[in-house]
Design a protein around this ligand. Structure first.
Ligand code: URA
Length: 201
């Protein structure tokens, strides 16, 4: 079946899942955007206010930084797919709780199984730890933090798929941690090199 149709079906199922935590307090499901056949997947943490209002990931300030990253490495939304760990916004943008991550990430795994990306750029601590823990939420606490692993490309085997993981700072963190900006720019060079090597687009 066509990836786009499959993703739409899964999105509909997720929207109808009444047991999904945070549904009560959020306005909209924020499922994903971009190319359903992309070889590169970006995974963030959770929607903020703008994303919650529009039902689309990375449309606020952090999204602007992500758009800049994409254009600096020669990519557009046509080349990538973008999703989050949580599919609903946590109240006041608080950190995701382990139970929420456990309940929401099966939807992310469904997205990954449909898209079958070759490269995953994990944005920030939560997404990075999720993949380093191979999707085992209980093992996330044991994983190294983003400041020690950002820009370090590694091959992972995730749910039977061989994927290159590129951990990156979260684009929202760059807004208030200006000292990370040079590191963020160095990491973009790494993403660029990986893309050039793999003829991903
Ligand atoms: N931050 C995220 O992690 N995801 C979004 O969709 C927006 C901001």
């Amino acid at each position: 079946m066509d990836n786009k149709i499959e993703l739409e079906m899964v999105e509909k199922e997720a929207a109808e899942d009444k047991s999904l935590p945070l549904k009560e307090t959020a306005k909209n499901l924020v499922f994903g955007k971009g190319n359903p056949n992309a070889k590169i997947l970006f995974v963030g943490e959770a929607a903020g206010r703008n994303e919650d209002e529009q039902g689309i990931p990375f449309v606020g300030k952090a999204g602007k930084n992500l758009d800049e990253l994409l254009s600096k490495v020669g990519l557009s939304l046509n080349d990538v797919y973008i999703a989050n760990i949580l599919k609903y916004r946590p109240p006041d943008n608080r950190d995701p709780l382990p139970g929420e991550i456990k309940a929401h990430t099966p939807w992310l795994v469904k997205q990954i199984k449909i898209i079958k990306p070759k490269v995953i750029c994990s944005l920030g601590n939560y997404a990075t730890k999720f993949f380093l823990a191979n999707g085992d939420v209980d093992l996330m606490v044991k994983q190294p933090g983003i400041s020690s692993v950002h820009g370090k490309v590694r091959e992972i085997e995730f749910m039977g798929m061989k994927i290159k993981l590129i951990p990156l700072f979260h684009p929202a963190a760059i807004i208030y941690r200006r000292e990370w900006l040079p590191l963020w720019e160095q990491d973009m060079e790494i993403v660029k090199k990986e893309i050039a090597q793999q003829t991903l687009v």
